[in-house]
Design a protein around this ligand. Structure first.
Ligand SMILES: [Zn+2]
Length: 165
């Protein structure tokens, strides 16, 4: 991979892979198929497909009103958990481009936090500025929110280095 891609994507080369396999494409096709069927400009703007550890695919759909939106990833996750999936292997979300073609869409901040709660190794297909790549959720959200009492470490208070005082 060349340096320009690294610079463009803003993501370190060693955490994102652009070598997708058949299961990644199948996951995308599942989400694409759902969005083509269910898309609505307000009520259903995004579709998601999630692969559980069993290999099964679970679909999810954004639901929204004028004031409220619930991301597609959440219903995909609920479907996977209802089917007793112990963990999530991979996930992709798609939304419509200007020509009515579903494109890979990066998970929002809330979904990154949500997905990470259910496993740090989950692969997420992302739009890295025009090229679809694959990244683990722990690399997509490396420093998640947590209460001070929940960390496994003791955090030292911020302080200046001696040399710059
Ligand atoms: Zn979201």
């Amino acid at each position: 991979m060349d340096a320009s891609r690294q610079e463009r994507s803003g993501v370190e080369v060693n955490v994102i892979s652009f070598e997708l396999d058949a299961s990644d494409v199948e996951l995308y096709e599942a989400a694409r198929g759902l969005l083509l069927t269910a898309h609505h400009t307000e009520n259903h703007r995004v579709a998601a497909a999630m692969r559980g550890e069993s290999g099964a695919i679970y679909l999810g759909l954004h639901i929204g009103s004028k004031r409220l939106n619930v991301c597609a990833e959440s219903s995909a996750l609920a479907n996977a958990r209802m089917a007793q999936e112990p963990s999530i292997h991979s996930v992709v979300a798609v939304s419509m481009d200007g020509e009515g073609e579903p494109q890979v869409t990066n998970p929002c901040g809330l979904c990154r936090e949500l997905l990470r709660t259910y496993g740090t190794e989950t692969s997420v297909l992302i739009d890295a500025e025009g090229e679809v790549g694959k990244i683990r959720i722990k690399d997509l959200l490396p420093y998640p929110w947590m209460r001070a009492a929940e960390t496994e470490w003791d955090t030292r208070p911020p302080r200046m280095e001696e040399s710059v005082r």
